[in-house]
Design a protein around this ligand. Structure first.
Ligand code: G2I
Length: 596
């Protein structure tokens, strides 16, 4: 059976053009099926962004550190080497089965001033030492090195940087030889921009490459950065340009591809951009020695473009929210894929769980939930109020604003992945905004007040556990039998009957009475209150004295769970503090606090 199935697939694969098969797969998988890699730049700070790394680790089979292997990062002072950040990138790559393109050993930019300030006679030794140490450190761990980066000016003349000034153009051969000695198995590249199509700069690179090959200098490939912009035409003759370098016996690769535009983006510009990406991908596929492509980060969230070209951006395959753009689909299709994003991934994330209300004001509701999981990676969440999507989050919390006071809202959350798959909705929670007089209202006669602490570790379990104490704020003794206290809450779903108990009272539980009262017109966070009273044996409180700790517990008669965070009297403090949201009465008249 296995043999039959294999040969049937083989026949189909031979007889059918890749594009007609529309395979599913990540960009890395699709490129691998074409004998190539598909990579992205990345940077250390980005590795803390888990929706980002979910895509970086799954979609790409090569990565390039955008900054952490550059001279200023690795040897900021002469002879002092720091590989921490570069090692972190290598380690990410190793744990995700990715190649690493090392970038870059010799470059005029991000070069510490100690190098440029060296006497000319010392530059070569410093360069050779830098290459020996860094390429030696990463020996066997990088697939390729951009040994020399950006040696040319746009007119094809040599850039007169510290290396050229000290050694003339021979610095390039010297650098390549030093790199070969340090890591014999790494592919050694010269890398530059504006050489993607034919022109003076590409011609200069061609002349250099051809001279170096003739001289037997160890050069394995040319990197075409591919920093394109839709306001300029697609570089001319990309395929022919790549091919002439390949014909010298060199590998070629797009090493930093992106296609920027003037902002704001719109659907027309995004379609043009997609077409540029498609043309570059097709050119690479048409040249057998075009070994792979790397995008200079895959998401607009981390693009270098806006910092360098103000007013431009949106250059990458994924947008700021890690959602695929038409450019992604174009590349995937060109590689023979279905273009669906996430490599034809059709599995939605799990529904978010544990949705809870973490706070309310008169005009806002704050929510949190537990992260969803996904076969590729969760890229974000959409938050719904009723059936209206009110916002999106990449973390697991959200605050909905602009709401009306004393109003109950229902929320659900859905998770998304990079392919655009959306999870089922979470279970709903309701939240009631606070009343708009939360800061005002009738503060009472001032004869008594309540202090509160929360004795409950879980606001979603089956009990409400307030700690309460009554303070006599008057100047004469207060007869406790005339005092009552109200703690306001909502019963949520389940039973509408309740039991209240006293766990501990400094004045004795036997001296306390409890009853639960339903509000005839429910308020924000309150459809019931617990009313505490005191027996005549409770005695009286001297001025400024308090009753001491009263530890109370409320449960529903069916023991179903509460959702306490939206309760009027609920707060999170675990030590006693004044509250206005638990009210005190003397002879039935409000003495302290504010009713809901
Ligand atoms: O400029 C785009 C690329 C052109 N080809 C060579 C690449 O090495 C270059 O990459 C970019 C990085 O993507 C940027 O992240 O090189 C820039 C510097 O030339 C990098 O930008 C720098 C910022 O300018 C600095 O302010 C910042 O401290 O990144 C540094 C580290 O985050």
């Amino acid at each position: 059976m296995a043999t039959l199935a294999t040969s049937a697939f083989g026949l189909l694969a031979v007889g059918t053009a890749p594009s007609a098969l529309a395979a599913s797969g990540t960009l890395g998988q699709l490129a691998a099926a074409q004998g190539r890699y598909f990579g992205s730049a990345t940077d250390n700070s980005e590795l803390n962004d888990s929706p980002y790394t979910a895509i970086l680790g799954s979609e790409f089979n090569s990565i390039t550190p955008a900054n952490s292997m550059k001279w200023d990062a690795v040897e900021p002072q002469q002879g002092q080497f720091n590989y921490t950040n570069g090692d972190a990138i290598v380690s990410f790559a190793q744990s995700h089965n990715q190649k690493v393109r090392g970038h870059t050993l010799v470059w005029h930019s991000q070069l510490p001033s100690w190098v440029s300030n060296l006497p000319s006679s010392q530059v070569q030794a410093a360069m050779e030492n830098h290459i020996a140490k860094e390429a030696g450190h990463y020996k066997g761990k990088v697939y390729a090195w951009d040994v020399v980066n950006e040696p040319f000016n746009d007119d094809g003349s040599y850039r007169t940087d510290a290396f050229y000034n000290a050694m003339g153009k021979d610095y390039i051969a010297t650098a390549l030889k030093a790199a070969r000695a340090a890591d014999p198995s790494a592919k050694l590249y010269i890398n530059d921009y504006n050489i993607d199509g034919t022109g003076a700069k590409a011609d200069a690179m061609y002349q250099l490459a051809s001279d170096l090959k003739k001289q037997g200098v160890p050069l394995d490939g040319i990197g075409f950065q591919g920093h394109l912009a839709i306001q300029y035409s697609v570089p001319s003759n990309i395929q022919q340009n790549l091919q002439r370098f390949a014909d010298l016996g060199l590998d070629v690769a797009f090493t930093e591809l992106d296609v920027r535009m003037q902002l704001p983006s719109d659907s027309t510009k995004l379609a043009t951009q997609a077409d540029y990406y498609r043309q570059v991908t097709n050119a690479c596929l048409a040249v057998s020695r075009c070994v792979g492509m790397t995008v200079w980060d895959f998401t607009d969230k981390y693009s270098w473009v806006p910092n360098t070209f103000p007013g431009e951006g949106a250059a990458d395959l994924y947008d700021d929210n890690l959602q695929i753009k038409p450019a992604y689909t174009a590349v995937s299709n060109a590689l023979g894929g279905s273009g669906g994003g996430g490599g034809g991934d059709t599995t939605p994330p799990s529904a978010p769980s544990g949705l809870t209300v973490t706070g309310t004001t008169a005009t806002s509701v704050s929510l949190k939930w537990t992260a969803s999981t996904d076969n590729v990676g969760v890229t974000g969440y959409d938050v719904y109020r009723g059936s209206t999507k009110v916002g999106s989050a990449t973390s697991t919390s959200y605050t909905d604003t602009g709401l009306t006071a004393s109003t109950t809202y229902s929320y659900t959350v859905k998770a998304k992945d990079a392919a655009g798959n959306t999870s089922a909705a979470s279970s709903a929670v309701t939240a009631t905004t606070q009343s708009s007089d939360g800061g005002g209202g009738n503060p009472g006669t001032g004869a008594a007040k309540v202090q509160y602490k929360n004795n409950d570790t879980s606001p979603t379990d089956n009990q409400i556990k307030p700690g309460l104490r009554v303070v006599n704020t008057g100047s004469s003794s207060l007869d406790l039998s005339k005092v009552t206290v109200r703690y306001y809450f909502t019963g949520d779903s389940g039973a509408t009957t309740f039991t209240a108990s006293c766990d501990y009272a400094a004045i004795g539980c036997g001296n306390i009475t409890q009853k639960i009262v339903a509000l005839s017109s429910p308020k924000a966070g309150a459809d019931h209150y617990l009313e505490l009273g005191f027996t005549s044996a409770a005695g009286s409180l001297a001025a400024n004295a308090n009753t001491g700790d009263l530890q109370i517990r409320i449960n529903k008669t069916d023991w179903s769970n509460f959702s306490e965070t939206d309760d009027y009297s609920y707060a999170t403090n675990t030590s006693y503090a004044d509250t206005t949201k638990v009210t005190a009465y003397v002879n039935g008249t409000l003495a302290g606090g504010i009713e809901p």
